[in-house]
Design a protein around this ligand. Structure first.
Ligand code: NAI
Length: 512
């Protein structure tokens, strides 16, 4: 199959629910003759009425002119019978998320449509390979996974089933680019890119809560403030619905044959069992009023005393650009370790270690990573048993000089933000190891599918792969759990970097 030009293709959208309506709108706006079909005729009628209202609103807001709305609506027809779809060139299916329903629908369509009609499924979790099985010409089946709301969300995952030729994926990629989307290519594996790589964002939040490290609202605050995320994991899960997120977690876990990395949390199940599903039930982690407003954590200033202490810096603090400038400190004593010594207290950037297990003889405070130390308003810290109340007050006073609020959490290896980010990176590396998607597509998928401030590989470049690996190795050594095992892809990446560096320093030595 060569690259097909689908820019004028007649498109059938099957299913006129939430996703089908949005996809039909996109097809119509982008100039395609569009046929909408649903088993439930009432649903289709409502969908058409909904589309009329949407276009009227777009005109009202000045996003399009009257004529464009009229033209878009004139491209829409309704199919009363599935047989009416015989002449379409591309089918985009958005019916219920059940393998048997999708399979039997495509089997029916295979009888009705021409052999070269392209079959695309908007499935969010079912194997495209499995949907294709049993239809004639299974090589025409591809996943086209839009995100909700489809007209607004930029990302589309193009999913290659076992028999889907890459050319077909490329043709759909061109079409999605023409629709001003950001298409990414992925293999048909559980969760595709986004729903797989995002798992640690939720799992590590539950982990921290189960280990009583902090409260749900402080955790959200920390990930927004220090990680740069638009929403914290707890408020995001409340928005998605605890029940929906639990069922995605379960389906990914089962689809990976119970891979421990994806195991759901007991706390997650408790929330679901209790009916605390988030915004839709007005109670999840947070309580929601009629306007869906809820109380978030508000940092207070925690300074109680003025700061007087001897401060010395060791190491380059390379993972934290701007921190030393912000703290008015110069890079001083050369050291492999990053330490700011404040009297007899060692303040260290966390590398996944436990303050209590690894620092037995010195007062030690471990610091979480912050995405932008130049602007940081708060930082997350933990400490070992040797630190007393006056030591903690001294640390708070130190940061208060620079208008930085301190959030203390219990001794939690890699704390909150660093831990979440290294696990997202590790998950991306596993996906790369298995050839699921390119690094660039993985980054785009996470930035545009779940609005992360950066893609996992962009974080890896910022933090340094060696530091990410060291952090994971410490986590794995402490927990001994499979989920913290560093990906072979990451290990090989670091080894390659080290051999390149060693090679170039050898060359330098030779030259000298
Ligand atoms: P929905 O429940 O809003 O709509 C499904 C529609 O399909 C209904 O109107 C139903 O009458 C119709 N339908 C069911 N069986 C049919 C059949 N055999 N033939 C024709 N029509 C049939 O569902 P929604 O949320 O739009 O989801 C559709 C698909 O999109 C699912 O596969 C879902 O996993 C996927 N998806 C959903 C997202 C979401 O946020 N809702 C996001 C991305 C993908």
């Amino acid at each position: 199959m060569n690259n097909l030009d689908l820019s004028h293709a007649k498109i059938a959208v099957i299913g006129s629910g939430t996703m089908g309506i949005g996809i039909a709108q996109l097809a119509m706006v982008n100039g395609h003759s569009t046929v909408l079909y649903d088993l439930d005729r009432e649903k289709t009628k409502k969908a058409v009425e909904g589309l009329r209202q949407t276009f009227a609103k777009l005109v009202e807001k000045g996003k399009i002119i009257d004529k464009q709305a009229e033209q878009a609506l004139s491209r829409l027809t309704i199919a009363d019978r599935i047989e009416d779809l015989a002449d379409v060139e591309l089918v985009i299916e958005a019916v219920v998320e059940k393998l048997e329903v999708k399979q039997s629908l495509f089997q029916q369509l295979a009888e009705i449509c021409r052999d070269h009609t392209i079959f695309a499924s908007n499935t969010s979790s079912i194997s495209v390979t499995a949907i294709a099985a049993g239809i004639s010409h299974p090589e025409r089946m591809v996943g086209l996974h839009f995100f909700n709301p489809a007209p607004l969300m930029k990302l589309v995952e193009i999913v290659q089933g076992l028999k889907t030729p890459i050319d077909l994926c490329q043709s759909l990629k061109s079409l999605m680019l023409a629709w001003h989307k950001i298409p990414v290519l992925t293999k048909s594996t559980p969760g595709f890119i986004v729903n797989r790589i995002a798992r640690p964002f939720y799992a590590e939040a539950f982990r921290a809560l189960q280990e009583q490290v902090t409260t749900y609202d402080q955790l959200d605050y920390a990930l927004k403030q220090c990680g740069g995320f638009a929403m914290g994991p707890c408020e995001l899960m409340d928005l998605i619905g605890q029940d929906v997120n639990f069922s995605v977690t379960q389906s990914v876990y089962e689809a990976f044959f119970y891979e421990p990395r994806y195991r759901p949390s007991l706390l997650q199940k408790e929330l679901v069992d209790a009916g605390t599903w988030g915004r839709k039930s007005k109670q999840g982690f947070y309580h929601y009023d009629e306007k869906n407003q809820y109380l978030t954590f508000q940092p207070q200033t925690n300074v109680t005393q003025s700061f007087h202490a001897d401060v010395q810096v060791k190491g380059t603090w390379a993972q934290c650009p701007h921190l030393l400038e912000r703290l008015g400190l110069s890079r001083a004593l050369a050291s492999n370790e990053n330490i700011i010594q404040i009297d007899d207290i060692d303040l260290r950037l966390s590398q996944g270690e436990s303050a209590n297990l690894q620092y037995l003889s010195r007062k030690t405070v471990l610091m979480d990573w912050h995405h932008d130390f130049a602007q940081a308003q708060a930082i997350v810290l933990s400490h070992n048993h040797l630190c007393q109340a006056d030591d903690l007050a001294k640390i708070e006073a130190f940061f208060a000089q620079y208008q930085m609020y301190v959030i203390w959490v219990t001794d939690h290896p890699a704390l909150l933000t660093l831990r979440t980010i290294v696990l997202l990176i590790n998950e991306a590396c596993e996906a790369s190891l298995h050839g699921i998607a390119s690094m660039e597509d993985i980054d785009n998928a996470m930035r545009y599918g779940v609005n992360y401030p950066k893609g996992p590989y962009q974080w890896m470049m910022q933090l340094g792969a060696e530091y990410v690996l060291a952090t994971l190795n410490n986590l794995y050594a402490l927990y001994g759990e499979e989920k913290y095992r560093a990906s072979l892809y990451l290990k090989q990446y670091v080894a390659k970097q080290q051999s390149v560096t060693a090679g170039s320093s050898k060359n330098l030595t030779k030259c000298a």
